[in-house]
Design a binder for this molecule. Structure first.
Ligand code: B3K
Ligand code: ZN
Length: 884
């Protein structure tokens, strides 16, 4: 295997840049295959001893250098050094003007980083290191400049010319070209630069800030798609208002523009004043988008908008601090969504996502701290750990200091660091200063990888009416890190009596008595003693999921059932239901493995019955209760598992539940009226989610009646959510009904790429027929393309993570199919291929011969000399984590 590795960048090597670049003027003469970029920089050496005599090093990759001038004088080739990473001028004055002219080819840029073409339009993506593909520049977040940008292009093909900030001038040339000049008054790093040119329809609106300034809002979309941006526009205005109301943050430019593009490596980008979005996260109407799409659009529009403060006004000193902006901004968007919708449902969904994506990352070969110590390709570190675990740390902090103090601390952070490139220390310093809470040990959350495990054991002494609760925390070893220390854990808890009523308990040897407790655990172990406890209480731990830990308790099934039905905390109710389901599924899997028919106790059916009985009170919550843990979640609980065994157990338990609860499920399903007028509200979405959960379980019965229900739902559906729920249901059966529905779907939506992504996804996840053969058929479908990231993810990503039994097929053919796809994608887009490569992470949890086969498959991929540095970094880490 090739062993040559790229040299990692290390946090400990950080050094400030020796020059400041106060102003930059950029001129883009746009042409799809030969764009000329002229950059004029005002440069000053920093007035520090360490900056003396330093060379000027500028990043630049794939640029054709046309000229370099200093103070108007051409610099000859012997006075600079040009290599594949950039341009170095060894001797430069202390203050000077530098002009460079380069040529680039946007049409050939399939990596979608820098300036590229999407559907005939120019667009950019510069985070993290895309700007170096545009011009020579110190492409690092701590170099901030004021940008003036002039964009020139043929007017007929590119009538709209956009960049960051405010538009300050426009004009026309005689040769059919026109131009626009944009000025961004806020100094920013290059990763926030953006440029768009093309032909669009627009949706326009306004927002008046709390200080009375009118901001012009505009969303640029494909011709004919403006009505599908209405929801996003509404979400934008709600976000602007929310950030004023909750965090006291006001918008700071005259315009806020958003552009939707169809070829984009991730969800969206927060460029100053000119957000660029993957159209999948912007365009929605009831006939083309599901409720999950609406929810994601609301969250991502808010997230990118919130970055205007947490990321743009205060940016990151270096990429090791990425969670400073991402973790904080995810926290902010989670809070926004919680306020717009149901807080309890939002929290459960966030925890589900954390467990599905971040926990496995933290427990596998790709585990890394929220602030990593080194990286090869920073693009590989836009991970669930940086984002979602980062957000959980912010939440831990908020819980420790209290909501009001936290908001004060955030305000102080913005005020102290406005206009600067900050660090996680700056954030913690602001929090400590503003709240007076020393937050002892909080840094460990940033520096230690791995999910902490919290053991909580309660011990009731009936004779002495005493309850002791023992807590013990530990964080497992992760690649390259061992011997970890405790982290500060806010433990939120309450107690319930045998009748399900909340209990007020008295902490022994104190005068404290309460029914709700928040214990800040700042040690490896902790014992709490309560006295005067008349009946054995059931302890409700980690209410609201008060810290991102794996919790182990000594609850028995009766305790869990009591919490599932009586806890006043919706998270713990859901969690207790899930625990019963997990135990049931794992024990069924064990029986099946031993060749026995599983004996399934009735607890789960009873809990589901309870959920169905009160489902109409909160349909969205009930829908969550009725979903069993996925195979991928069960895989995390069983070391070296056979995914097909887990799938069989899940299928067995589902069909049993479908049989036992047929009457209740059918009644609940029948309440839903598919003909009711559509509303995108959380409440209406909850009703649809409940119908979908019932249909899903009914389909597990495998009966003809259930198949007909799914079929009728499909053909009578008036919105995309119902249509997809029905298609999911039909996919459990396969056969003519399913294929007729798929054909009708394709016929109706073949001209809408975003909807066709759903067509690919539902088939890539389907368990019916031969999933691997389906995957191969879809790869050969004329609608499949390697050049569109959404399509690659819809097929490849969905198959490998959403169809675990097919991906982990015992003969290794699933691994091979995904490896072939990764190799092909890597040829055009290394960052996308690397992201796809992370699906192999789950191979560290499967049994033989799977793990060896996965290792062989990865070895063959790593043997390819042409593999990108992105993909090599991910795959070699996974390879090294697999059993030999
Ligand atoms: N900041 C961008 C992500 C950029 C990813 C670069 N590899 C979107 C976001 O998190 O808001
Ligand atoms: Zn972000």
């Amino acid at each position: 295997m090739r062993t040559q590795e790229h040299i990692p960048v290390r946090l400990q090597d950080y050094r400030p840049y020796p020059f400041s670049m106060s102003h930059v003027s950029l001129v883009f003469d746009l042409h799809p295959t030969r764009t000329i970029v002229t950059s004029r920089l005002i440069i000053d050496r920093k007035p520090h001893e360490w900056a003396k005599g330093e060379a000027l090093s500028l990043d630049g990759v794939g640029l054709e250098l046309l000229s370099v001038e200093i103070n108007g004088q051409p610099v000859s080739a012997q006075d600079y050094q040009l290599d594949e990473n950039g341009l170095t001028l060894k001797i430069v004055p202390d203050s000077f003007k530098l002009e460079t002219k380069v040529a680039i080819n946007p049409a050939a840029n399939t990596a979608l980083s820098g300036l590229y073409m999407s559907a005939g339009r120019f667009c950019t993506q510069c985070e993290a290191e895309g700007f170096r593909h545009i011009t020579f520049w110190p492409d690092r977040p701590d170099v901030m400049s004021r940008f003036h940008v002039r964009v020139e292009a043929a007017e007929s093909a590119f009538p709209t010319l956009l960049s960051n900030g405010n538009r300050v001038a426009i004009g026309r040339y005689d040769d059919g070209k026109h131009w626009a000049a944009w000025d961004d008054p806020h100094p920013k790093p290059s990763y926030l630069f953006a440029l768009v040119a093309g032909c669009f329809d627009t949706l326009e609106d306004q927002f008046v800030t709390r200080s009375g300034k009118t901001v012009e809002l505009c969303i640029y979309v494909d011709k004919g798609a403006a009505s599908r941006a209405i929801y996003a526009m509404d979400a934008l205005k709600r976000s602007m208002k929310w950030d004023e109301d909750v965090f006291g943050r006001e918008y700071d430019l005259d315009v806020f523009n958003i552009v939707a593009v169809s070829d984009f490596n991730f969800g969206a980008m927060e460029n100053k004043g000119l957000n660029i979005f993957n159209s999948a996260l912007l365009l929605a109407d009831e006939t083309t988008a599901t409720d999950a799409d609406y929810e994601a659009i609301e969250a991502v529009v808010a997230h990118e908008y919130f970055h205007n403060w947490s990321g743009n006004r205060v940016t990151c000193r270096d990429w090791f601090q990425l969670s400073l902006k991402e973790g904080f901004t995810v926290f902010r968007d989670q809070e926004f969504s919680a306020d717009q919708r149901s807080r309890a449902v939002k929290r459960i969904k966030d925890v589900k996502a954390l467990r599905a994506r971040q926990f496995p990352e933290d427990a596998g070969p790709l585990a890394h701290p929220v602030r990593p110590k080194s990286y090869v390709k920073i693009d590989n570190f836009y991970t669930a750990t940086i984002y979602e675990k980062g957000a959980e740390i912010i939440r831990v902090l908020q819980t420790l200091v209290g909501r009001d103090a936290f908001l004060e601390g955030a305000n102080f952070y913005f005020a102290e660091n406005d206009g600067t490139a900050a660090t996680i220390e700056d954030w913690l310093h602001a929090m400590r200063s503003a709240t007076g809470n020393q937050l002892h040990g909080i840094e460990r959350w940033y520096d230690q990888a791995g999910t902490p495990c919290l053991e909580a054991m309660s011990d009731y002494d009936a004779a002495n009416q005493k309850l002791t609760v023992h807590f013990k925390q530990s964080t497992p070893d992760t690649p390259g890190q061992s011997s970890k220390s405790w982290v500060p854990l806010p433990i939120s808890m309450a107690f319930f009596g045998p009748d399900g009523e909340p209990l007020k308990l008295h902490l022994a040897d104190t005068d404290v008595a309460a029914d709700d407790w928040l214990i800040p655990m700042a040690s490896t172990s902790l014992d709490l003693h309560f006295d005067g406890v008349v009946d054995r209480p059931v302890v409700s731990y980690m209410r609201g999921f008060s810290a991102p830990v794996r919790l182990i308790t000594n609850h028995n099934v009766a305790d869990l059932a009591l919490l599932a039905s009586c806890d006043t905390d919706p998270f713990v109710r859901w969690e207790s239901t899930q625990s019963i389901a997990r135990n049931t599924l794992l024990s069924a899997a064990k029986s099946l493995q031993a060749g026995q028919e599983p004996q399934v106790p009735e607890d789960l059916a009873r809990v589901f019955q309870g959920a169905l009985a009160e489902a109409t009170r909160d349909p969205a919550f009930a829908a969550l209760l009725l979903r069993l843990p996925e195979v991928s979640e069960l895989m995390q609980l069983q070391p070296l598992c056979d995914p097909s065994n887990l799938l069989s157990a899940r299928a067995f338990v589902r069909s049993l539940l479908a049989e036992q609860l047929d009457a209740e499920l059918s009644a609940c399903f029948a309440i839903y009226d598919p003909a009711q007028a559509f509303s995108a509200s959380a409440q209406a979405a909850g009703q649809r989610a409940l119908m979908a959960a019932c249909l899903d379980l009914l389909c597990a019965s495998g009966t003809n009646r259930a198949a007909m229900r799914a079929e009728n739902t499909f053909f009578s559906a008036r919105n995309m959510t119902d249509m997809m729920s029905a298609l999911d249901g039909l996919s459990q059966f396969g056969g003519p009904r399913y294929h007729t529905a798929l054909a009708a779907f394709k016929e109706r939506f073949s001209d809408n790429a975003l909807v066709m992504d759903k067509w690919f996804r539902v088939q890539a996840m389907a368990l019916c027929e031969d999933p691997l053969a389906t995957f191969k058929r879809l790869r050969a479908d004329p609608g499949f393309t390697l050049l569109n990231p959404n399509r690659v993810r819809a097929l490849g990503g969905t198959f490998a993570s959403g169809n675990p039994t097919a991906f982990h097929q015992a003969d290794g053919a699933g691994y091979q199919a995904i490896a072939d796809l990764i190799a092909d994608v890597d040829g055009t887009n290394g960052a996308l291929a690397a992201r796809l490569g992370t699906v192999f992470e789950s191979c560290s949890r499967v049994n033989e011969p799977r793990q060896s086969l996965a290792k062989q498959t990865l070895q063959a991929l790593l043997d390819r000399n042409s593999l990108s540095a992105n993909t090599r970094e991910i795959l070699s880490k996974i390879y090294n984590g697999l059993i030999s």
